[in-house]
Design a protein around this ligand. Structure first.
Ligand SMILES: Cc1cc2nc3c(=O)[nH]c(=O)nc-3n(C[C@H](O)[C@H](O)[C@H](O)COP(=O)(O)OP(=O)(O)OC[C@H]3O[C@@H](n4cnc5c(N)ncnc54)[C@H](O)[C@@H]3O)c2cc1C
Length: 392
């Protein structure tokens, strides 16, 4: 088990590595520039290739600097495959909304293959070090650590190797990704890992060397992935992946004081997934981004990711940042507002802050609001058949 502890670090020490800032400038302007460049037809044709026309919008979408409806409005009616991929995001989000922390356990059933030493923070050492000898995997790990971004297909390869070929626990892979990815999103991450790990699937996804070569543009042969599918799924764990390590994912939180509120002014409470500069932009209100240590203790983020978040928070004019537990910091303020002793407070809905008190505005969605059933959809196809644009 891992103690839910964290270390406070001076905010000034959380500096944004240049490689991260170059790859994903933490601004809305950068998101909009990327949006203008989206080519939906090229995306549909090439998205599976590492050099394909993917959007690289995910860090902005995860943190609310851009929304799915905005992307679809900009791309227009021919979004096609891109619309479907964006719907995956909302499908996962809906499951998180309806099922809460249960999505962080085996939502689809137990993982079919688990090595004897598997654990929620144990992965093959060579994989984590980017030293498997398989070029496409090792490059993906370098990208993960250096830039906080990995192409979707490479994420699938890393998860397939970790869970199927090495029998690692998907939760370890999800924690590893969540630590580094700038777009790390509890729902998309945990549920994608479970999907690749083959939980509840009769025909799990598994990648072999030919698949990597085709979509990464490499030409390797004779690697431990150059084996038949059944062998990859059930054969011996390759020597290169046998030695496992306990992941070191220290939890840090900026050393900032808890927010203090002016009861006379309305309060807009922000969380890391709702940095939308347009949200109630014309209102005269206090704006506070609240970072909860308990969240980061359970789901550690790298210092680079936290630095990115703090930089992105500057996109919301007047937004101040404080650290504290919502139940201690926001609850008394919400009680005062409800009793008429203080001006109103409001936050934007997100499943990671379902415990926040007080009224909430709905988050923008393009598809999820069309799902009216009480339970979350069990499968993406059930969701998509109900919410796809052709049904409108
Ligand atoms: C093991 C694994 C872990 C993942 N973890 C995350 C995560 O923590 N956060 C996250 O946002 N995505 C996650 N994804 C989904 C997907 O890989 C990323 O959304 C995508 O690679 C982001 O890059 P992009 O913006 O260039 O995507 P594009 O291919 O350009 O897609 C456009 C947008 O559609 C959405 N999208 C695309 N593919 C998916 C997908 N399979 N599932 C959900 N949404 C999708 C994203 O919002 C993305 O920004 C994960 C996938 C896997 C296989």
């Amino acid at each position: 088990m891992h103690p839910a502890s964290f270390t406070r670090v001076a905010a000034a020490e959380l500096t944004l590595p240049p490689a991260v800032a170059d790859a994903f400038p933490p601004t809305r302007a950068a998101a909009l520039a990327r949006l203008v460049a989206v080519d939906a037809a090229a995306y549909a044709r090439t998205r599976n290739h590492l050099r394909g026309a993917v959007t690289r919008l995910s860090p902005y979408l995860t943190h609310g600097l851009l929304s799915v409806p905005e992307v679809l409005a900009a791309v227009g009616p021919d979004a096609g495959k891109l619309a479907q991929e964006l719907a995956w995001r909302e499908f996962f989000r809906l499951a998180h909304d309806r099922e809460g922390a249960a999505i962080l356990r085996d939502r689809f059933g137990p993982q079919p293959r688990l090595a004897l030493d598997a654990g929620p923070r144990r992965l093959p050492g060579a994989l984590v070090a980017g030293a498997t000898g398989i070029e496409a995997l090792d490059a993906a790990v370098r990208a993960l650590v250096d830039t906080g971004y990995v192409h979707n297909h490479a994420r699938m390869w890393l998860a397939s190797v970790a869970c199927h070929v090495a029998g690692a626990d998907w939760r370890a892979g999800a924690a590893w990704f969540q630590f580094h990815l700038l777009d790390g999103d509890l729902a998309s991450n945990a549920l994608s890992w479970q999907w690749v790990a083959g939980s509840g699937s009769a025909k799990p996804y598994v990648a072999d060397q030919a698949n990597l070569n085709r979509f990464a543009g490499t030409a390797q042969r004779g690697t431990f992935l150059d084996r038949p599918r059944d062998d990859l799924l059930t054969g011996a764990v390759p020597d290169a992946l046998r030695a496992t390590v306990e992941l070191e994912l220290p939890s840090v939180v900026p050393d900032l004081p808890a927010p203090t509120f002016d009861p006379v002014r309305p309060l807009l409470a922000y969380h890391p997934w709702g940095l939308d500069p347009a949200w109630r932009a014309d209102e005269d209100a206090e704006r506070w981004l609240l970072l909860e240590p308990a969240f980061f203790a359970r789901h550690p983020w790298s210092p680079a990711r936290l630095a990115w978040l703090l930089a992105a928070a500057r996109q919301v004019p007047g937004l101040r940042v404080g650290v504290g537990d919502a139940r201690e910091v926001l609850a008394p303020r919400a009680a005062d507002a409800a009793a008429g002793r203080a001006a109103p407070l409001v936050h934007r809905a997100h499943p990671a802050v379902a415990h926040w008190p007080g009224p909430r505005d709905p988050a923008p969605t393009a598809f999820a609001h069309r799902w009216t059933a009480t339970a979350a959809p069990r499968s993406f196809s059930a969701f998509w058949s109900r919410v796809a644009p052709r049904d409108r």
